[in-house]
Design a protein around this ligand. Structure first.
Ligand SMILES: [Zn+2]
Length: 272
């Protein structure tokens, strides 16, 4: 039997056609994939060609709402004690403002604050209610730590891993605890990467490891009343000189805010 060998004149153009087709498919997927991942839930057909050019870089998070809670003044503490020349109230407020700008301007995240003036007193329950009423995707709380020896330093994230009771309510729900853990892990990972060793990383702990969380059965009041994923950061120990110097400076605050924005966006990317 004679085997018919296809002539090179036929095979070469065929191969070239296939290669062109594959390159075309590859380029097409390169264009489409970042757009769909960057704007989850948004129909491609609803995007104008201009959108495709302007935001293929996964920076459009406009479908998300994040509620930022600059810690204090709230029940129990006004945050106004001067430590190493600065108050916790000032730092929480300054970093929250910078974080709000970073999320809005860089990623188009819609940001809701738990209060509109620095010196207003808002209880922890009310803070959670602001986040719930905004139907936020994340309730993110900013604090600074303090301890007596001045030797502790660095940042720590907290989330509720068990329910607690405050003001007659037991919470949060198992769903909120699960999603809070997921949020804490993503935010910690993105933030730590961006901080790149600028501060010491103490990782993630649970509300139960805080004095108040433990005394309420395992959760902080803001977590108990939260119906959405809730994560808190203690950004630094103000009682530590070098931590205080870092976070007192405009530059340090900006580094912290930018890093937190990276962490929050890392979490939002994972939200279906
Ligand atoms: Zn605090």
């Amino acid at each position: 039997m004679r085997i018919i060998k296809p002539s090179i004149k036929i095979v070469l153009p065929l191969l070239l056609c296939m290669a062109a087709l594959l390159v075309g498919l590859y380029l097409k997927s390169e264009q489409v994939v970042p757009t769909t991942t960057s704007v989850p839930g948004q129909e491609l057909s609803s995007m104008t060609s201009e959108d495709k050019h302007d935001s293929p870089d996964s920076r459009d998070f406009s479908r998300f709402v994040v509620c930022l809670d600059p810690g204090h003044s709230s029940d129990g503490s006004d945050g106004k004690a001067k430590v190493n020349g600065v108050t916790e109230l000032e730092i929480n407020w300054e970093v929250a403002e910078k974080l709000k700008r970073a999320l809005e301007e860089r990623y188009r995240v819609r940001v809701v604050m738990t209060r509109d003036e620095r010196d207003k007193t808002v209880g922890n329950r009310q803070r959670a209610e602001v986040a719930n009423n905004a139907h936020a995707d994340l309730f993110f709380r900013l604090h600074c730590d303090w301890e007596a020896t001045g030797k502790q330093f660095g940042f720590t994230f907290y989330y509720p891993a068990q329910a607690g009771t405050a003001e007659g309510r037991t919470g949060p729900s198992a769903d909120v605890m699960r999603s809070s853990q997921k949020a804490a892990m993503s935010i910690h990972s993105g933030t730590a990467k961006a901080l790149n060793g600028a501060l010491t990383d103490h990782g993630i702990k649970t509300d139960d490891s805080t004095y108040i969380g433990h005394s309420q059965g395992g959760a902080l009041t803001g977590s108990i009343f939260s119906e959405i994923p809730v994560v808190l950061i203690e950004m630094v120990y103000l009682s530590n000189k070098s931590d205080a110097e870092f976070i007192k400076s405009d530059k340090g605050q900006q580094v912290m805010a930018d890093s937190l924005a990276e962490g929050i966006v890392e979490y939002l990317r994972s939200v279906p």
